[in-house]
Design a protein. Structure first.
Length: 415
């Protein structure tokens, strides 16, 4: 009996030893390291956010401000099982409800949903064949793309800087105050993954694939149209370096994929659904418009200090939007010469679009959430936030993320 026990222990030790050796061998590969760290980062955020939302155990569920259909679906989620009540229902908020309406009922259900492009709802519909209910399918799609986004961000950051900066960038993505949107039923994770992939492809001169992915990004969020800018800049650089004008015109078609994709979608909305153009729907139904960046910043400060609030947005969120907007401007200035020109220009144009979105209060709208897709922001944090400042910044961000997540749970607009 003793010999048998000893043999089993030795066999177990051998298995563990072989596993460690193989793991160390695989870990020498940068792709393996990237996926391992991405999975760890994802799991940390997933567990952390789900734990915070267990407040549903001690607090009464808030009333949704949306349609009767939304209320019925939310009530059903809360009554189905303990899993759906604790881990799905708290994520059924705001834009997620809109995406699920599109996935479950189509754009005919409510034409104001046409401001959201179709790719994410389409993937929800596909995954819904395997995963029920549809909110679970939406979260799975977002979570898969978040892992991919982290993985690709790691590789791109390592390519531009080094692996140490890549590791820190992943860390700063996870602790950002609104990073919980990456694991919610939103398009942030999907857009992050696709847009980072475009820049990786541009570094490898894969113009066709970069163009195709820019089209997919545009069908995820309209801001994907801005990916035409880095593609065009990199094509200009190739002309200057290689002096091959013919290749420029051949690959220039890559810049047309994103506008073409959004154009087709817009035509479908206007003539297929026989309703207003998507951008007109945004203006007429969502009380939002575009203005100069400083208008939103000044308006947000007025809202916070003078308490000029005309909707259900929490006042402090306006101040948070301003603080992180200014912080982003500072970091983009600091890293402008350390990242490719195409990436720097893309970030500045994207930031102008983000800051130009203004609500009924003439204040910034969802800024701290939109900043999530400006992935060089996290590269800048990895480069310049160090020592005691890193600990202070991390503590502040985590506390703020908990606060914003609880406010999000209460159906208050935080992004």
């Amino acid at each position: 009996m003793e010999d048998f026990t000893t043999t089993r222990l030795n066999y177990g030790k051998k298995i563990i030893k072989n596993f460690i050796e193989k793991y160390n061998t695989y870990y020498e590969n940068v792709y393996f390291r990237a996926i391992v760290l991405s999975l760890i980062a994802f799991l940390c955020l997933r567990i952390f956010t789900s734990s915070v939302l267990l407040i549903d155990l001690i607090l009464p569920s808030p009333e949704p401000p949306y349609s009767e259909v939304t209320q019925e679906i939310l009530t059903d989620l809360e009554q189905q099982s303990g899993f759906t009540r604790l881990f799905l229902a708290p994520w059924y908020r705001w834009d997620t409800a809109r995406y699920l309406e599109i996935a479950d009922f189509g754009y005919d259900f409510n034409f104001i949903n046409t401001v959201w492009p179709p790719l994410y709802p389409f993937l929800i519909k596909i995954f819904n064949f395997l995963f029920q209910p549809s909110i679970l399918a939406a979260i799975i799609v977002s979570n898969l793309f978040f892992i991919i986004g982290l993985f690709l961000t790691y590789l791109l950051t390592k390519d531009i800087f080094n692996e140490e900066v890549a590791k820190k960038s992943i860390f700063f993505i996870v602790i950002f105050p609104t990073s919980f949107f990456f694991v919610a039923g939103y398009t942030e994770s999907m857009f992050l993954a696709i847009s980072v992939a475009v820049f990786l492809l541009l570094r490898k001169k894969k113009w066709l694939w970069a163009g195709i992915l820019s089209a997919l990004a545009t069908l995820t969020r309209i801001q994907g149209l801005l990916l035409v800018i880095p593609i065009f800049i990199e094509l200009i650089r190739e002309i200057i370096e290689q002096k091959k004008l013919r290749r420029f015109f051949i690959h220039l078609i890559s810049c047309s994929y994103a506008p073409f994709a959004y154009g087709l979608y817009s035509l479908y909305v206007r003539f297929g659904l026989n309703t207003n153009w998507p951008w007109m729907v945004l203006s007429s139904n969502w009380e939002q418009h575009f203005g100069m960046p400083w208008e939103g910043i000044i308006g947000s400060l007025k809202v916070f200090f003078l308490k000029m609030i005309y909707n259900d947005n929490p006042g402090p969120v306006y101040l948070i939007n301003v603080i992180f907007s200014l912080f982003t401007i500072y970091l983009l200035i600091r890293i402008r010469k350390r990242i490719p020109l195409s990436l720097s220009v893309y970030c500045w144009v994207m930031l102008l679009v983000i800051l130009g979105k203004i609500d009924i209060n003439n204040a910034l709208v969802s800024t701290i959430r939109y900043l999530l897709i400006l992935f060089p922001l996290f590269m800048g944090q990895a480069l310049f936030i160090k020592g005691k400042y890193k600990l202070m910044y991390t503590t502040f961000n985590i506390c703020l993320q908990v606060l914003l997540l609880v406010v999000f749970y209460w159906w208050l607009w935080v992004g």
